[in-house]
Design a protein around this ligand. Sequence first.
Ligand SMILES: Cc1cc2nc3c(=O)[nH]c(=O)nc-3n(C[C@H](O)[C@H](O)[C@H](O)COP(=O)(O)O)c2cc1C
Ligand code: SF4
Length: 342
Amino acid sequence: MLYFFNFSNQPGNKFKELRVYPYTDVGPFILQNPDAFKFTSTELNERANAYGTKIFAQITMGLGRNYPNLPAPSLVHVYRHSGEVSPELTRDQIKSKIESVVKASKIAKDSGFSGIEVHSIHWGYLLDQFALSMMNHRTDEYGGSLENRLRAAKEILVGIKQECGSDFPVSMRLGLKTFVKDFEKASLTGENEAGRTLEEGIAIARLLESYGYDCLNVDTGLYDSFYYACPPMYMPKGYMVDLAEKAKAAVKIPIMAGGRMNDADIAEAAIRDGKIDAVVLGRAALADPEYPNKVLTGHTERIRPCIACNQGCITRLQQGKQPTCGSIQQRCVKFGMSCTPL
Ligand SMILES: Cc1cc2nc3c(=O)[nH]c(=O)nc-3n(C[C@H](O)[C@H](O)[C@H](O)COP(=O)(O)O)c2cc1C
Ligand code: SF4
C-alpha cells in the first residue's frame, strides 16, 4: 500500500512517499517483520495525526481461492484456474490464522493505528469464503449455519478486543450482495443470486453488530463479478448508496460506503439524506488525493475526477505493478517528476 503526504508548505519536499505493505498472499505481513512494520508505520501515523487524520490498518485473514495454491474453507474451484481446487484448511490452521490476525492487530495498535478494519467479508477473500455457503461446505463449527460461517469473523473480533481493549475500534469490510449466478458467472441484474443476497448481507450486518464490530464498510461483488467489485465507468455513480441505506436501517453502528463516489454532490447528498454515515473513496482518492480538501474548501469543481477506467490502478496491481492513477499528473507524483497541482 502506498501513501502520499502533501508537504507543499515545506519547501523542496512537496510530496513524501511512505510505504507500508499490509499483507502478503498468505496473511498479515506485519508478523513477518513486526519491527520494520512498526518503524515505518509509527512515522506514518504520527505524520497523519499531525494533520488531524486517523488511520485504520486493514488486516487480512488471507486470500483463499481467489489465487492458486492457497488454502480455503473447503475444496473449491480456484478463480480463473480451470481444473484447480484450493486445499481445505484444517481446524488448527483456522485457529492459527485467527490468532495471526489478532496478533497483527495488536502490533498495528502499538504502531499508532487508530483502529483495525478486518479484511474482509468482501470480494470473495478468505473470510468471505467462510461466510458464503457456495464456497463453504464444512461440517464442523466453521460451516453450516450463517452463525457458524461467521464464527471466524466473530473470533477475530473477540480476540482483537481482548488484546487491544474494548474501546479500540474495529470495522469490517462487508460485501452486501455478490451478484453471481455461479463461480465466474456474474449476474449483472443481480437476479438468480447464487452467492449472497442483500437479505443475507443485512443479516450478516446485524450479526456483526451483535458481536461487537464498531462500524461496517460496505460494498458489493466478488472477483467473479468484478463489475460490482471495482465498478467501471458504465456503472452509475454512487450505485452503492441505496443498498448501503438498507444496511444502515438495520443496524445502529455507522455504515461507510464506497464505489464510484467520485461525484462530490452525490457523496454529500448520501450523507445529508442520512443514507450512510461516511463516504469511502478508493480510486477517487488515487485520482485526486486532495478531493476531501477541495470539498472542505468549497472547490469541488477543481476535483480531478476518477473516470473509472481501471487502467492505472487495479490493472497495474493485477499485473504485479505498483498501482497508481492513469491520470497524468498523479503519475508525475509517482515517478517523482514535476507536478503542478490543479
Ligand atoms: C488498486 C486497488 C487496490 C485495492 N485494494 C483494496 C484493499 O486492499 N482492501 C479493500 O478493502 N479494498 C481494496 N480495493 C477496493 C476499493 O476499496 C474499493 O472498494 C473499490 O475500488 C471501489 O470503490 P471506488 O470506486 O471508490 O474505487 C482496492 C481497489 C483498487 C483500485
Ligand atoms: S486509473 Fe485513475 S482514473 Fe482510472 S480508475 Fe484508476 S484511479 Fe480512476
